[in-house]
Ligand binder design. Structure first.
Ligand code: AHR
Length: 671
């Protein structure tokens, strides 16, 4: 939420004025030169990640059962049964009154079978607002159970809410101590919808009057790349397809906790899932931490990206109306938290079998060290700048550097850029949630950024609303529910500025990433999903697939003119990719009229043609409407359209950039 706080600062720094206007039908004469101004940061486009909107549990983490181990719930409450329901009148309660599955998981599901029971009776899990049942998939399940006086069988099944059983298994050998039971389901038919259940039943006549206990359930569909405890295939694939080069995790606010005790604790997210207690997340629901430190790092390896590891820096989130009172660790109590991060970095980076941390990592399946360069100290510490400046930043940076003098670690600060730090920061994370106007006006903010060795991470940004002052408000005052074409164009205009200045902007990330439509705490998000379907937003297409991130040059090319206040509402950046000798020209029209570009190239275009990927309102039936979104109901309102065009004379080539559009042109060149 740094955005509104820093907006004024940024506008003051850059001296921005209201943008000018190319008045149609006048055309822009634009010359693309061979002059390479600077290298483009290869890490320019990536993701910011945290569990918000059930993006992790119930999202990217492929576990199908909600509240699988009753973590971070209060026993004997209705809320503790989130995701669970009785079948045929069994009485359910969550209890800590019997020994749990492990010391980390003290809570159990207590199931009491009435004395009058007959027929199948038990309970069901509703999944994360449904379960995706697909023929041809093998589902891998497990549960722990015990019963003091019942020795009969237990039936588990994947079934529709109306009773169609897709597959089932029978478990035998229940005793009075917890044991794990495993099973698989292989449905022969796909369910027509996601209104399906995982059921656990016993024969009522045999179990009448008995009590059974259950804990740590799990049910996984096939996962991305078949990883155990892995990721949901369609969501992981959508993220993977965008070739992100950075992955910042584990938050965001979800790193910080509402109290120190509730912070994200790396060592409670590793190893067998039975050892992970989970935590009260920052976004209103418990986190299982099944998607833990090593699952993140494995995923980042799959992406061939670099991690930006957020480390808790002694500040938890309090009430926004009471910033000075946010829980901050005093200087004389901070060292254990620094040591904890040092242990985390040992665990991640120590050479194979070289320490107890490396041995533990090997025991958990990854003997080789993980790659780690970037450490982000805290999150949005503008909310605690005094203590950050006085001791928190320094204790973490100096303490970590002293322990890892040869790792080449780079640290990101999270206070406003104007806050001087000791040691001086070299990288800073800046967040902005704002209106379309803010973003296109700020497209030039890095043009004048001092080249003094510091670099920016635009670590969270998005067009979130249409009204100034209500960017993080409600839909009634313009808050977006989904990214819109208008918003994506403004973001793209801003991105041309980041890319044109990627000697100082080393990375960026739209945020947040995912929203489960059934549990939304923050809008808009780049991908929306339910139990089985995912929708890519306009911003997703703009940011990543087929447009900005996947068409990244190695050097920026100078243009004449460069974008300036008289050339709005067109914004652009040109680049050269040395590997394949390609030139990319990214042009954004944020205006409401089509605009012509007369393009001149200072080099031969090979083959006499170019190609383009474009997002625009295109054939959308209502002209002049730009608040168009892709939703679960209308998933493809705006998708990239590919075209190719002849270039008869590379000395002059006309192209019309439609109203509210983003165009990425590619030319094979010879220089
Ligand atoms: O992206 C949502 C939240 O916005 C993040 O958790 C926090 O860092 C920012 O304020």
């Amino acid at each position: 939420m740094l955005g509104s706080v820093l907006s004024l600062w940024v506008l003051a720094l850059t001296g921005l004025t209201v943008h000018g206007q190319i008045t149609p039908p006048s055309a822009l004469n634009l010359r693309i030169t061979q002059n390479m101004t600077h290298a483009i940061s290869p890490t320019l486009y990536g993701y910011m990640w945290e569990d918000i909107n059930h993006s992790g549990d119930g999202g990217l983490y492929a576990e199908l059962l909600q509240n699988r181990a009753f973590q971070s719930v209060i026993p004997k409450t209705g809320a503790a049964l989130q995701g669970w329901q009785s079948v045929s009148g069994a009485f359910l309660t969550v209890t800590a009154g019997t020994s749990g599955v492990s010391s980390a998981l003290p809570n159990s599901l207590q199931v009491s079978i009435p004395r009058t029971a007959k027929g199948p009776i038990g309970f069901a899990n509703t999944g994360y607002w449904g379960i995706n049942v697909q023929a041809g998939w093998t589902y891998t399940g497990s549960l722990y159970m015990k019963a003091p006086n019942y020795g009969g069988s237990v039936t588990v099944a994947l079934a529709s809410a109306s009773g169609t059983v897709y597959d089932s298994a029978t478990l035998y050998g229940i005793s009075d101590t917890y044991k794990q039971y495993t099973f698989t389901f292989s449905p022969k038919t796909s369910a027509p919808d996601y209104n399906n259940l995982f059921t656990v039943t016993v024969d009522g006549a045999s179990a009448a009057g008995e009590t059974l206990y259950f804990g740590m359930f799990s049910l996984f569909p096939p996962t991305f790349r078949g990883r155990q405890n892995g990721l949901r295939m369609d969501l992981a694939q959508a993220l993977f397809d965008t070739s992100p080069k950075l992955w910042r995790f584990p938050g965001g606010n979800n790193l910080e906790g509402h109290t120190w005790q509730e912070r994200w604790k790396w060592n409670e997210t590793i190893g067998p899932i039975e050892n992970r207690p989970g935590r009260v997340g920052d976004w209103g629901y418990p986190n299982t931490d099944g998607l833990g430190l090593m699952e993140y790092l494995d995923w980042i390896e799959d992406l061939e990206a670099a991690p930006i590891l957020g480390v808790w820096a002694g500040l938890s989130i309090g009430n926004y109306s009471d910033l000075p009172d946010w829980p901050t660790v005093p200087e004389n109590e901070l060292q254990p938290y620094v040591d904890d991060v040092i242990n985390e970095i040992h665990f991640i980076t120590d050479p194979e079998y070289s320490s107890e941390w490396a041995n533990l990592r090997a025991e958990y399946g990854h003997p080789a060290p993980y790659n780690l360069t970037y450490i982000e100290v805290g999150n949005e510490d503008q909310f605690g700048p005094d203590s950050y400046q006085a001791y928190r930043w320094q204790m973490f940076v100096d303490g970590i550097n002293a322990s890892f003098p040869n790792l080449g670690l780079q640290f990101l600060a999270t206070t406003p850029p104007s806050v001087a730090l000791n040691p001086a920061y070299l990288k800073i994370d800046f967040h902005q949630y704002a209106t379309p106007g803010w973003f296109y006006n700020a497209s030039s903010m890095f043009d004048t950024y001092p080249r003094n060795g510091t670099q920016w991470f635009m670590g969270e940004y998005a067009v979130t609303g249409t009204e100034v002052g209500c960017e993080l408000g409600t839909p009634s005052c313009g808050r977006l529910l989904y990214p819109t074409l208008e918003g994506a164009c403004a973001e793209a205009a801003f991105m041309t500025g980041m890319e044109r200045n990627s000697d100082v902007v080393f990375a960026s990330a739209y945020a947040p990433s995912l929203q489960n439509i059934n549990s939304v705490q923050w809008t808009p998000d780049i991908i929306t999903f339910n139990a089985g379907r995912a929708v890519k937003s306009v911003s997703y297409y703009n940011q990543q697939q087929q447009l900005f991130a996947t068409n990244l040059g190695t050097h920026v090319l100078a243009t004449v003119p460069e974008p300036n206040p008289t050339t709005t509402p067109l914004y652009w950046v040109a680049s050269h990719q040395a590997t394949n000798n390609l030139v990319f020209l990214k042009v954004v029209n944020t205006g409401s009229a089509d605009l012509v570009g007369n393009l001149f190239f200072d080099f031969p275009v090979v083959g006499g043609f170019g190609t383009a990927q474009q997002l625009s309102a295109g054939l959308y039936p209502i002209p002049g409407v730009y608040n168009i979104s892709n939703t679960l109901e209308v998933p493809n309102a705006i998708t990239p359209v590919a075209s190719s065009f002849a270039i008869v004379d590379s000395n002059m080539f006309n192209y019309t950039f439609p109203q509210s559009s983003i165009t990425v042109m590619t030319f094979a060149v010879d220089f």
